[in-house]
Write a protein that binds this ligand. Structure first.
Ligand SMILES: Cc1cc2nc3c(=O)[nH]c(=O)nc-3n(C[C@H](O)[C@H](O)[C@H](O)COP(=O)(O)OP(=O)(O)OC[C@H]3O[C@@H](n4cnc5c(N)ncnc54)[C@H](O)[C@@H]3O)c2cc1C
Length: 409
């Protein structure tokens, strides 16, 4: 049990934590900085885990956020394999599972979240995997040789990306989605249908409105997924992508406000003194969600909130007001999203899905609030400025592919 003391302790060495440390040094912060993270590796990028790391097109070295030597060169101390369990807000101390104590002047909580687990029988059999960290994906890759049938539970981005990669590797894939279409939480119907059709064209079976009863196993290992109604789907591997539970319990137990995430203000400050929270776990008022308190699970959000927390600590004025953006790669599809489409009252199609290059533009009361762009980088780049500025435009103007969207600015 060791006692450490730093000016800034960052809990979690993922996208947000790494970026916060980098941004502190960029803001000329000269105090001591430590990242305390429960994984074994220096900070690495998570998006490739369901894309080119899973497909083995990128090695682990190529997905490091910075080369391993970077952290020491910037005087940023990495404490790996350390899980913070409790915060004593009055004493300004964080304590890890093995009893080490980290005293802080400022704490940045960047612990992300844990993948939601299946609650049904068989959810803990060998061969049932989440896709959240490197260890999950290494386990999947290690087992793949013996696998022919994969059932993916959850038609969100992560499940669909994994399905695309594994089908390219020659596996038979069935994706199960409980709702009536894939990506229903994040994209409009036109995008969902396009994505579903693209998977079907690669022989991936997509089954919507389908609920899982349990996972069946043989000798402790998954062998099939049983659906409500009794149907059995063979599965030597099951991938579960059903969302994320924010890791905030130590903060809430210490008295921070929150619930599904920890509440933060525009500077990413929690209600605990000198404790900031950023990234997937931070519940914040977002202008692009009409001021609603939301969490965003994206690299953009983690990086931009990291910047705000770091600048605030370094004494530079900053507030979080960044336009949300996101991307997903599946087969030949580069899907880029900007803005938040929740609460839209109209959509406009720009381009023809049959050309595999098109966008869907979401409007609220005549104002552009979001775009989903499929292989349409130009509309994404221009559309981003329309969203940022809340531009009013008619459906006819937005649909006219002969005119670049930037002419509407
Ligand atoms: C497979 C996958 C694909 C994705 N693809 C995309 C994409 O294409 N585009 C996009 O924008 N976003 C994508 N995301 C989401 C994006 O990666 C996250 O939004 C981002 O990583 C959030 O950063 P974060 O710092 O909040 O959390 P994380 O990056 O998850 O980092 C949190 C870190 O904290 C550690 N930790 C947790 N609890 C503790 C504790 N108690 N003590 C110490 N350490 C702890 C965790 O182990 C982890 O290392 C993807 C995510 C996954 C999993």
């Amino acid at each position: 049990m060791d006692k450490h003391s730093y000016d800034v302790v960052i809990v979690g060495g993922g996208h947000g934590g790494a970026q916060a440390a980098i941004a502190l040094r960029q803001a000329k912060f000269s105090g001591s900085i430590a990242i305390v993270g429960k994984e074994s590796e220096p900070p690495y990028e998570r998006p490739p885990l369901s894309k080119d790391y899973l497909s083995r097109e990128k090695t682990f070295d190529r997905i490091l956020i910075r080369p391993a030597a970077f952290w020491g060169e910037r005087d940023i101390v990495l404490h790996l394999r350390q899980r913070v369990e409790t915060i004593d807000a009055a004493a300004h101390e964080a304590t890890t599972a093995n009893g080490d104590v980290f005293a802080y002047r400022h704490l940045i909580w960047a612990a992300g979240g844990a993948p939601r687990r299946l609650s049904c029988a068989g959810g803990d059999l060998a061969g049932v995997h989440a896709v959240r960290d490197r260890a999950d994906v290494d386990r999947i890759m290690d087992e793949l040789d013996g696998v022919q049938d994969v059932v993916v539970i959850g038609g969100g981005y992560i499940g669909l990306e994994a399905a695309a990669v594994l089908s390219k590797l020659g596996k038979r894939i069935v994706v199960l989605e409980a709702l009536d279409r894939v990506l229903s939480r994040v994209a409009g119907e036109a995008i969902s249908s396009f994505i579903e059709a693209s998977h079907r064209a690669h022989d991936v079976v997509i089954r919507t409105r389908t609920a899982v009863e349990c996972i069946e196993g043989v000798a402790g290992r998954a062998s099939a997924v049983r659906l409500v109604g009794g149907e059995r789907l063979p599965a030597q591997m099951v991938i579960v992508g059903i969302g994320l539970q924010p890791t905030v319990q130590p903060l809430l137990a210490a008295g921070a406000q929150g619930g599904n995430g920890v509440a933060v203000d525009a500077q990413c400050r929690t209600t605990l003194p000198h404790v900031f929270a950023i990234g997937d776990c931070a519940l914040h008022a977002n202008r692009f969600a009409d001021g609603a308190h939301i969490r965003l699970e994206s690299v953009q959000n983690a990086n931009d909130q990291a910047l705000v927390a770091a600048r605030t600590i370094a004494g530079v004025e900053a507030r979080y007001d960044a336009v949300p953006w996101f991307w997903s790669n599946q087969y030949d599809i580069k899907l880029q999203t900007v803005g938040l489409s929740m609460g839209h009252d109209a959509t406009v199609a720009r381009g023809d899905p049959a050309t595999r290059k098109f966008s869907v533009i979401y409007l609220r009361q005549g104002r552009v609030i979001a775009l989903d762009c499929v292989n349409d980088v130009k509309s994404y780049v221009d559309g981003r400025r329309l969203v940022e500025q809340g531009v009013m435009a008619s459906p006819e103007q937005l649909a006219d592919t002969a005119k670049p969207l930037k002419e509407l600015l």
